[in-house]
Design a protein around this ligand. Structure first.
Ligand SMILES: Nc1ncnc2c1ncn2[C@@H]1O[C@H](COP(=O)(O)OP(=O)(O)OP(=O)(O)O)[C@@H](O)[C@H]1O
Length: 304
């Protein structure tokens, strides 16, 4: 029987409804500059009230975070998602991890539907987010042991496996019991990713795993992801702003812009995707997403 693909997205769209803050015609200044005395204060309150009522009256804008996106990730791939700020990368990761539900289209993770089979999907994935993942006052060992027990490992075995994993990651013995907040960000990120080892995760979702790390920590985390992938038969989907990282780690890369897929292929295919010339991934990025970095424009949807 044919193995299901790791991730299968078909015509997926996700919309958000946003109320604009302080749009033209509204003036909050009455509140912030209330002159002393009760008259001024009342004018301030009335001004703020008018602003709130104005906001509620205006219909929210519909923003497409992900639009008609179709892609599949094969089992055992390291698959990269690249795109400017606001292009929909995190939304896609949250859709895959069932934190958000698609408004249109379908998503399957190893053949399981993210809407109808959320529990099963959650067992198959591990989303790593260093900020949210930890109790920073507890040590790395305590954090990992705790995580292991969530997966029903007996306490003794949980501790032994946690020590084993942390030592393999190169964490010195003396640091095992140090509060996590005393470790470098790179080390914290590695601990976050290492946590995934307890579940033999079939799909690892890494949202910008190396953002904010110094070059050495970045390289260590990248090596660790590679090792995890090589030794644990994990499929990895990662988002990144770093073209070198994508080229180094990823078998295939998808470029997103305004929630849409604008290019996909191996790094080599992408670099040769323009007839007659070879370009770097960075050059291709600029070509696909506009020649300059700019504050992101939301992909607004016309209501029919
Ligand atoms: N909870 C939300 N409510 C309203 N709009 C949202 C929400 N989450 C995301 N968006 C909007 O959806 C679009 C895609 O956002 P998303 O965070 O997925 O982009 P991203 O590519 O991950 O950006 P970054 O690189 O900055 O992390 C943006 O226009 C964003 O403002």
């Amino acid at each position: 029987m044919q193995q299901p693909t790791a991730v299968e997205c078909r015509h997926v769209s996700k919309y958000f409804y946003v109320h604009d803050e302080g749009a033209a015609g509204e003036d909050d200044s009455a509140g912030s500059h209330a002159v002393a005395g009760s008259n001024g204060r009342w004018r301030g309150v009335a001004g703020r009230l008018a602003t709130i009522i104005g906001r509620l009256r205006r219909p929210p804008r519909k923003v497409a975070a992900v639009q008609d996106l179709s892609l599949s990730v094969r089992r055992g791939e390291i698959f990269g998602i690249i795109g400017p700020n606001g292009s929909g990368k995190s939304t896609l990761v949250r859709l895959l991890s069932t934190l958000l539900l698609p408004d249109e289209g379908s998503i399957h993770v190893f053949g399981r539907d993210v809407v109808a089979e959320q529990r099963e999907v959650r067992r198959l994935i591990n989303r790593v987010s260093v900020e949210a993942a930890f109790f920073k006052k507890l040590s790395a060992l305590e954090n990992l042991s705790y995580a292991a027990r969530l997966y029903d490992l007996p306490p003794k075995e949980a501790r032994e496996r946690a020590i084993d994993i942390l030592r393999r990651m190169g964490l010195p013995r003396a640091k095992l019991d140090a509060p996590l907040e005393d470790l470098s960000r790179g080390m914290q990120q590695k601990v976050a990713i290492a946590r995934a080892l307890f579940t033999a995760p079939v799909l690892l979702l890494l949202d910008e795993p190396t953002t904010g790390l110094d070059p050495r920590s970045k390289r260590e985390v990248q090596d660790f992801v590679q090792e995890l992938h090589d030794q644990h038969d994990a499929t990895v989907l990662l988002t990144t702003h770093d073209m070198q990282e994508a080229e180094r780690l990823c078998g295939r890369i998808a470029f997103l812009k305004d929630g849409r897929l604008v290019a996909m292929g191996t790094p080599e295919e992408l670099k040769r995707s323009r007839p007659g010339r070879e370009m770097s991934l960075e050059e291709l990025f600029f070509e696909l997403t506009g020649s300059e970095w700019r504050p992101h424009e939301e992909a607004e949807v016309e209501e029919s």
